[in-house]
Write a new protein. Structure first.
Length: 550
């Protein structure tokens, strides 16, 4: 396979990475802890945490986990939003040789029970406000140790009341665990890149939620790949002493974990933690006074912020990059974002199974491209047909990914792993794309999202991108619905920006933009669309509604 994308690489970016300098994520973090000890690593609600404090607190907590007698490789669930506790807990688990099981804090008891049992987690660190969810299922899980924390515990506002929140068991507040660990003393653990670091559960939008087994080597590779890729634009900014990243993406999500968390720490940057990104006024208030440099996000977040009047009051004078991922970035949103901030959205692509970054646009991009960019260093992309054969350049096929960031497999699911891995080591993404002559990858859609209209393939992303350009549309999603004549037709679910918007307005707009079979036949207005906590619109939920309706 010819790596045609290398000819489009920025000057100075190597085709391969060298990750042999670190044997574990803990090694990578400890280098930053020592180099940047006096600098701020994260800030949340006005409270700062230095790299030195992060080093000490995580080391003490790691010691406490060891004191419990947990065996090497034990899984520890982390059920926290973006607060100062998260990086402390995550670093502690990895340094002690255990496995992070990231849990969405807003899970229902059913969802939490599935993930705890599937991972075999023996301990959990969680917010006191989510303790009732755990209480409902704990007896049916392997959880023996509970570490409870609260929004105020690391802000100096006191510890949570354990007795009022958690049933009798082995339980402790986070600060008490850290204090006891400082007395116990930490025993360094020798790890290799083949040890498991994180079980990152897929969103469940394609069936039963599965744990992508991410090794220390996977995460190290993806952090170094991302660091190398953005270096050409970062090295130009000699006016920036410490890079400030907006951490609004949940750290329990792989995009947030790697790009906002690990990469920030690797580079000695400062992350502004946003506990609740849906509170847009609160998010904007948290960023006031900072000349932010990096703003990773998803299309829905960018779009929502652009519609907040106070967003334009933020300081974008030193904004270097806005990274878009998780879902397709719409051109209309990208253009408005660049007009306001002066910086384009650099769209990338990846999955939980790839740690997550597989491709991204050039860091030196000056405008939105409509592609998800080039394969990162040490990454191969192959566009293949259903038979596993590479398709000719420019033709549609399934995006298959090979590289050091690709997971070891799904946790305890060899049958599911076999379905997505090819004999030559590629991960089959389930996404349909094309590769240009310059090596750029363009996402067409997910296989199962494709709509078949009278034998013609219709890809929802294309329809949504067009409709999103209508000035009266706030959000839109397209799905296929059964039709007696065409087999399927396109249905739109639309959230209005302009209350006066009608379906006739959209039909007329689409007639100018789309060929006949691609035009929507049904439009339903909604006050909101179903989304994951990362802000990704759940097409599947709307398709399921259509099926249920009959």
């Amino acid at each position: 396979m010819e790596k045609i994308w290398l000819k489009s690489y920025p000057p100075g970016v190597p085709s391969e990475i060298d990750s042999t300098q670190f044997s574990s994520v803990g090694d990578l973090l400890e280098q930053s802890f020592q180099t940047h000890a006096a600098e701020c690593a994260f800030v949340c609600m006005g409270r700062k945490l230095t790299y030195g404090e992060l080093d000490a607190k995580s080391r003490h907590l790691a010691a406490w986990f060891q004191w419990l007698g947990l065996a090497r490789g034990a899984r520890i669930a982390v059920m926290l939003p973006n607060v100062l506790q998260y990086p402390v807990v995550m670093a502690a688990i990895l340094r002690a040789g255990y496995v992070v099981v990231n849990v969405n804090p807003l899970y229902t008891p059913r969802e939490l029970e599935h993930q705890l049992n599937d991972s075999g987690a023996e301990a959990i660190v969680l917010f006191d406000t989510f303790a009732k969810t755990l209480e409902a299922v704990q007896a049916r899980t392997s959880i023996k140790h509970i570490v409870l924390t609260s929004i105020g515990e690391m802000l100096g506002a006191g510890s949570p009341d354990i007795a009022a929140n958690v049933p009798p068991t082995s339980q402790i507040t986070l600060n008490d665990a850290i204090a006891r660990g400082s007395d116990a003393g930490f025993t360094p653990v020798t790890l290799t890149q083949t040890d498991v670091a994180v079980l990152q559960y897929t969103g469940g939008t394609t069936g039963v939620s599965k744990g992508a087994t991410l090794l220390h080597g996977n995460l190290i590779a993806n952090v170094l790949q991302s660091e190398l890729w953005r270096e050409p634009v970062y090295r130009e900014r000699t006016d920036i002493k410490q890079y400030i990243t907006v951490v609004a993406l949940p750290l329990y999500h792989i995009f947030g974990l790697t790009v906002c968390g690990l990469l920030t720490m690797r580079c000695g940057g400062m992350g502004i933690l946003i506990p609740n990104p849906r509170d847009l006024p609160g998010l904007i208030k948290a960023l006031q006074g900072y000349a932010i440099n990096s703003f990773p996000g998803v299309n829905t977040m960018f779009n929502a912020l652009l519609n907040e009047p106070d967003f334009k009051t933020l300081d974008f004078s030193k904004l270097v990059q806005s990274n878009g991922g998780g879902m397709a970035v719409q051109q209309a949103v990208a253009q408005r974002w660049q007009a306001l901030t002066g910086v384009p959205i650099v769209e990338g692509y990846g999955l939980s199974e790839t740690s997550p970054c597989a491709t991204t646009n050039l860091p030196t991009s000056t405008a939105f491209t409509g592609t998800v960019g080039l394969p990162l260093p040490s990454t191969d992309i192959s566009i293949r047909d259903d038979g596993g054969h590479e398709v000719p350049l420019g033709e549609r096929g399934e995006i298959c990914i090979r590289g050091p960031q690709v997971m070891a497999g799904y946790w305890n699911r060899p049958d599911e792993t076999a379905k997505v891995m090819t004999p030559d080591g590629f991960f089959k993404s389930g996404d349909i794309g094309v590769m240009t002559e310059e090596g750029f990858v363009k996402i067409v859609d997910r296989k199962k999202d494709m709509i078949l209209v009278s034998g013609f393939n219709v890809y929802p992303n294309e329809i949504e991108d067009v409709v999103a350009k209508h000035p009266g549309v706030f959000e839109v999603v397209a799905v296929g619905v059964p039709d007696a004549e065409a087999g399927e037709v396109v249905k739109l679910y639309v959230v209005k920006k302009d209350p006066a918007l009608t379906d006739a307005d959209i039909f007329s707009f689409c007639k100018e933009q789309l060929t006949g079979y691609k035009r929507p036949k049904i439009i339903e207005f909604r006050s909101e669309l179903p989304k994951t906590n990362v802000g990704k619109i759940l097409r599947r939920a709307l398709r399921d509604e259509v099926k249920s309706a009959g």
